[in-house]
Design a protein around this ligand. Structure first.
Ligand SMILES: Nc1ncnc2c1ncn2[C@@H]1O[C@H](COP(=O)(O)OP(=O)(O)O)[C@@H](O)[C@H]1O
Ligand SMILES: [Mg+2]
Length: 266
């Protein structure tokens, strides 16, 4: 078997008595999209924290391209090609869409602090170089953000803001991106646009994604494989069809019998 791009095994996390994760494993092969679903409080965001380095597990390990990164900082993991978005958007008030992308790229390279970036914008510092500009322009095109590149990111509708978050995660040119509920608060049209944008990124760049979502159909439609968490444990790991057919998932997650058991054709 080839070394997976990102892998976690035996991950256990306790928060003052609460078992947030209990012996959880997750494998992300190169270029694949892995869905992570489960009811509120199942441990999805905690697992993202463990993968990205913000949460230290009590036991278990995380590897990135075969390197054990369990004790490495989020910055070190970012330099190794891991990038993430947060459940609550974290865009900066003053910056335009394009500036967010330039900043993300420089922070990943360890070339810039936020303070330094503010100074640059005031005209006193380093201007974006040619290769920086090329990377940023390519991402703006890929996500259909060119028309809003000069707008302050926070002035945009939520759906566009979520695309900016994805764009920002991509500006560091990662090999794997963790997306925490990227479709939350979006209407069906915006959700569709987001899904198309993710498919484009995957097709053109071969980026791998781990996708946490409330919107189960969105995950099933985009993912190669899906892990279902429930109370900090892996309930099911399989293809989207496996998950659709799983009686355990139906019971735990939807509180109903599997679709199709009522006699109708699925
Ligand atoms: N920083 C924290 N301190 C204490 N408990 C936490 C913390 N983060 C998460 N938890 C608890 O861990 C469990 C899993 O939470 P979380 O990973 O946020 O779930 P999900 O993202 O699936 O909704 C929940 O019981 C939650 O209350
Ligand atoms: Mg969460």
């Amino acid at each position: 078997m080839t070394t997976p791009l990102l892998a976690a095994t035996g991950i256990t996390v306790h928060f003052s008595g609460v078992v947030a994760l209990d012996d959880v494993a997750l494998t992300v092969p190169e270029g694949r999209t892995i869905g992570l679903v489960g009811p509120n409080g199942a441990g999805k965001t905690t697992l993202f924290g463990v993968l990205s380095g913000l949460v230290r597990p009590r036991s278990g390990s995380v590897t990135l391209r075969g390197t054990d990164v369990t004790r490495r900082s989020p910055q070190a993991r970012a330099r190794l090609g891991l990038s993430r978005t947060f459940q609550r958007m974290e865009l900066f008030t003053e910056l335009t869409v394009r500036e967010h992308l330039v900043l993300a790229q420089r922070v990943r390279d360890g070339r810039q602090s936020l303070v330094g970036f503010a100074r640059d914008l005031s005209g006193a510092g380093e201007r974006p170089g040619r290769s920086e500009v090329a990377t940023v322009e390519a991402i703006l095109d890929l996500l259909g953000l060119r028309a809003v590149a000069e707008r302050p990111a926070l002035s945009l509708p939520l759906g566009t803001g979520r695309l900016v978050e994805v764009a920002r995660a991509l500006a560091a040119e990662p090999s794997v991106v963790l997306l925490d509920e990227p479709s939350s608060g979006l209407d069906p049209h915006e959700t569709e646009q987001l899904g198309e944008a993710l498919r484009r990124v995957r097709a053109e760049r071969g980026t791998a994604f781990v996708l946490v979502e409330h919107n189960v159909e969105f995950v099933l439609a985009l993912s190669d494989r899906v892990t279902v968490l429930d109370f900090g444990r892996v309930l099911v790991e399989g293809t989207p069809d496996d998950v659709r057919a799983s009686a355990e998932v139906q019971a735990a997650y939807f509180g109903t019998a599997p679709v199709g058991t009522g006699g109708e054709t699925p």
